[in-house]
Design a protein around this ligand. Structure first.
Ligand SMILES: [Fe+2]
Length: 572
């Protein structure tokens, strides 16, 4: 989240990875992506489907089931074909996905969309199934892959997960090049003058290229027999109450800009931006509510309309889907809702702008709360099962960004501080949590506290800020700004610097026995700049920050391998 504006553009050397097997095909793919996105909104109309408001995407993965969801413009039923079955959808109108009054007319779809959601059951674990969805005469084909059984891996011997946060999509990002300041404490540079403190690509291109790389790496993993899960750790959109921002998010993930979510199930944590209606105004016709109770409710309803997350047993059914557990082979991923925990305006309040009396739809996360007790139970269960446990929550307990300031208002404080989340540390340590993934600050940062690794992966596709002046994160071991100095050669950046990216997690079964090797790799996309034409991006490359973490998890019970049968016959 950026705190400077309610809606954007609101507010050690990197190392080359030996990834380019196949003669550099991926850079070409990424160049094509960047070129398309670079034309901005002009490309949008031609790429959009008439039948699908959101193209088919995967939700709630399980070893024997998967949900396939899409949104249509018409109330007509659609057809899903998979595994020799033909299933008909039951369209549900979603008025919560209508536009708010002040949203521009030229960015609106014509009518209220209809949701189609089909839970396909009876599937085999870690197995790929071609499927097709037909809606109003348009047919889309893709392949889904189920999860391995708990404790098991795919036939390639592993699973792969991706984490990123803060895509903060909005149509305005197509024209926005974010602020981009170099570290001045390390040798490197010198930057050419044309940079002028702005990133060479716009935010839309950055996010789109980041997703294209995730899609390519996911495809590689799936072809090798290793199932894939992708997670967005909050602040998916710039403003949760503005429908055009959600349209843009799905355009990237299941639309004209990209279709990663058709092949890889995506899971999400809710962030504070999903709880922001949009800018406030003295003019009631232009007021989108900011972080008020009604505005946060509208944003929450849009979030919940799109995502199907596993049942969490919450007493208040409005809290179902906001925090959840997903088992993905040897991994248990616990997702928290940290958007308004603690007592109002107190030292544990993660949203100083939201009055809990108007936000009963938001579950508390603080110690003693229902969500906290759920976390305790799930952590204990995961530990007992020998799972590799990851936790994700939008607010980072440890960060050197603006949200690393203590909670409060005024200079030196933050209204959406992540610091209160440090209250979870004893619980995380006690239950052997391996890593916590967060966003909120648009940084890549890695910290260690009491043996638990904390990642900030907020460089998904929006800002690329510097650490906040005056904030010292004493647990930090790597932050891209300070540990990846830029190295320029004329107009070209050879390595280093702050870039859009994600974290890739590979879990591989140890060949010689029980247990797994976990590798957590911070990845960024490096714009390869023309030596001759200042600022012209020739292509993009996958690079890794020099902060790769690898560890073995022993003592787990022997991990059976899900012998995935051959991919089913294609859908006719
Ligand atoms: Fe945020």
């Amino acid at each position: 989240m950026r705190s400077d504006r309610p809606r954007g553009p609101a507010a050690s050397p990197s190392r080359r990875a030996p990834f380019w097997r196949g003669g550099g095909a991926l850079p070409c793919i990424l160049l094509a992506v960047a070129t398309l996105a670079g034309v901005g909104g002009a490309a949008r109309a031609a790429e959009e489907s008439q039948a699908f408001r959101v193209r088919p995407y995967l939700q709630n993965p399980a070893p024997d089931a998967m949900t396939i969801r899409w949104f249509s413009a018409s109330p007509d039923a659609g057809t899903l074909r998979i595994n020799e079955q033909t299933l008909t959808s039951k369209p549900v109108p979603c008025p919560e996905l209508d536009y708010q009054g002040p949203e521009p007319e030229d960015l609106r779809h014509a009518a209220t969309p209809f949701r189609h959601s089909i839970r396909v059951t009876g599937l085999e674990p870690a197995t790929s199934y071609p499927y097709s969805v037909e809606q109003n005469g348009e047919t889309i084909k893709a392949i889904l892959t189920t999860s391995p059984r708990p404790g098991a891996v795919g036939k390639g011997g592993g699973v792969r997960l991706f984490f990123y946060a803060d895509s903060e999509t909005q149509p305005e990002s197509r024209e926005a090049r974010t602020a981009w300041l170099p570290s001045i404490s390390l040798p490197g540079g010198p930057r050419p003058r044309w940079v002028k403190g702005r990133y060479p690509a716009d935010e839309t291109t950055g996010y789109r290229t980041n997703l294209a790389l995730i899609a390519a790496r996911a495809a590689e993993s799936l072809r090798a027999g290793n199932p894939v899960l992708a997670s967005v750790v909050g602040d998916l959109v710039a403003n949760g109450g503005e429908q055009r921002d959600w349209d843009e998010f799905w355009r990237h993930n299941a639309g004209g800009f990209g279709t990663l979510a058709a092949r890889v199930p995506i899971v999400a944590a809710i962030g504070d931006q999903e709880m922001c209606g949009g800018p406030t105004s003295d003019d009631p016709l232009a007021d989108l509510g900011g972080f008020s109770g009604p505005a946060s409710l509208l944003g929450s309803r849009k979030f919940l309309a799109y995502f199907e997350h596993p049942e969490n047993g919450a007493a208040d059914k409005r809290h179902v889907g906001r925090y959840h557990r997903i088992d993905f082979g040897p991994v248990t991923l616990l997702t928290l809702d940290t958007t308004n925990g603690g007592a109002d305006d107190g030292p544990d309040d993660t949203n100083q702008l939201l009055d809990s009396r108007t936000a009963a739809h938001v579950p508390d996360w603080a110690p003693g709360s229902e969500q906290f007790r759920w976390l305790e139970r799930e952590l204990a269960d995961a530990k007992q099962r020998g799972a590799i446990t990851f936790v994700q929550c939008h607010h980072p307990p440890f960060s050197s960004g603006v949200h690393g300031q203590p909670p409060g208002t005024g200079k030196g404080f933050d209204e959406h501080s992540g610091q209160p989340l440090r209250a979870l540390l004893p619980l995380l340590r006690e239950h052997g949590v391996r890593a916590v993934f967060s966003g909120h600050d648009d940084l890549y940062e890695h910290s260690i506290a009491d043996g638990v690794h904390f990642y900030v992966v907020g460089n998904g596709g929006d800002g690329l800020p510097t650490p906040q002046e005056g904030v010292v994160n004493e647990r930090q071991i790597f932050v891209a700004h300070d540990h990846a100095a830029e190295h320029w050669k004329g107009n070209a950046l050879e390595q280093g610097g702050k870039h859009y990216g994600h974290v890739e997690v590979d879990v591989r079964q140890v060949a010689a026995g029980p247990g797994f090797t976990v590798t957590i790799t911070p990845v960024h996309i490096l714009p390869i700049l023309s030596p001759e034409a200042p600022g012209e991006i020739v292509t993009w490359e996958r690079r890794e920050y020099d902060d790769v973490l690898s560890f073995d998890v022993g003592g787990a019970p022997p991990a059976p391998v899900d012998e995935a049968p051959a991919t089913k016959e294609p859908v006719p």
